[in-house]
Design a protein around this ligand. Sequence first.
Ligand code: NDP
Ligand code: KPL
Length: 299
Amino acid sequence: MTSIAIIGPGALGGTVACWLAQDREHRITICARTPFERLEVETPKGTLRATPEVATDPASVQAPVDWVVVATKAYDASSAALWLKPLLGPATRVIVLQNGVERVAHFAGHVPEDRIVPAVADIPAARSAPGHMVQHRLGWIVVPHGANGDAAVQLFAGTEIDVSAVPDWQSRAWAKLCLNCAGAFTTLTMRATGPVWSREVETLVRGLVAECVDVGRAEGAMLEDSLIDQVVEGARNAPEGAGNSMYADRLAGRPMELDARNGVIVRLGQKHNIETPINALFVTLLSASGSPWIDRQQD
Ligand SMILES: NC(=O)C1=CN([C@@H]2O[C@H](COP(=O)(O)OP(=O)(O)OC[C@H]3O[C@@H](n4cnc5c(N)ncnc54)[C@H](OP(=O)(O)O)[C@@H]3O)[C@@H](O)[C@H]2O)C=CC1
Ligand SMILES: CC(C)(CO)C(=O)C(=O)O
């Protein structure tokens, strides 16, 4: 039996938890802020259901687990970490599924770094109610190559999610951020980019991504120039209604992951003396938008 605790059973975490719960060899504990009775996920492979144990108080956790999966928003890393003390045993490994490029930094103060498995997830999912998710695409997860990464791949072997361990994980994390940072445009305008596309829109989207590529390269990521064109083409062809999780957050009046997805580019750009005026512009405009957002996680 493998024990797994999922901290943050929302759109992504709830979807992943429900897939993992299909394996009878897994004993799943949900660590939730908002309680619910059961998990139900509409997936491209049909509806999955599970009734794992749901805890809402770290004090109620009985014993350490083999694996922890963290899937809160990046800005909730500190509150998520409050679960780790009772969950962590001497061999517990922690998979961090959040977006951004600071997964390890968010948890290094709480977990030995050699037991943190940072994971890039491309699994578009939305939550309709606590415990109820829609998974729009099976998607994939990549983790760093190595013993822990390979073990994480095995953990998901019974799911339909494509999980793999890659040698240059940092580059994959930055490539995902290039996709996510462009989402600031839709989040600001609350419109999909396709129907409003113009040369001026392209300039802004291209600028968001190009700045991310420049900073990512300065951080050591290997990023092709073609990545910029790929993200721009995706934005050009984005149909009405196409959004991202930060757009969904703003629409729902939830805090936005503005710092994890755009502010981090500005911050790390400053570290490398790289100007990032377009990401800075979107951070300024979205932070002034009146929507709730969480400033940088002060760990
Ligand atoms: N949704 C998507 O399509 C994708 C999201 N991501 C990334 O995954 C991360 C999670 O996003 P997403 O799933 O959309 O977000 P959601 O808001 O849907 O889920 C976050 C969950 O974390 C819970 N939570 C917050 N703080 C705590 C805490 N201290 N203890 C326990 N639970 C807590 C929330 O509780 P509550 O129910 O009370 O709000 C919520 O259930 C983000 O970094 C996002 O960028 C990555 C790929 C795709
Ligand atoms: C773009 C998407 C859905 C890809 O998984 C994502 O990462 C997000 O919206 O947070």
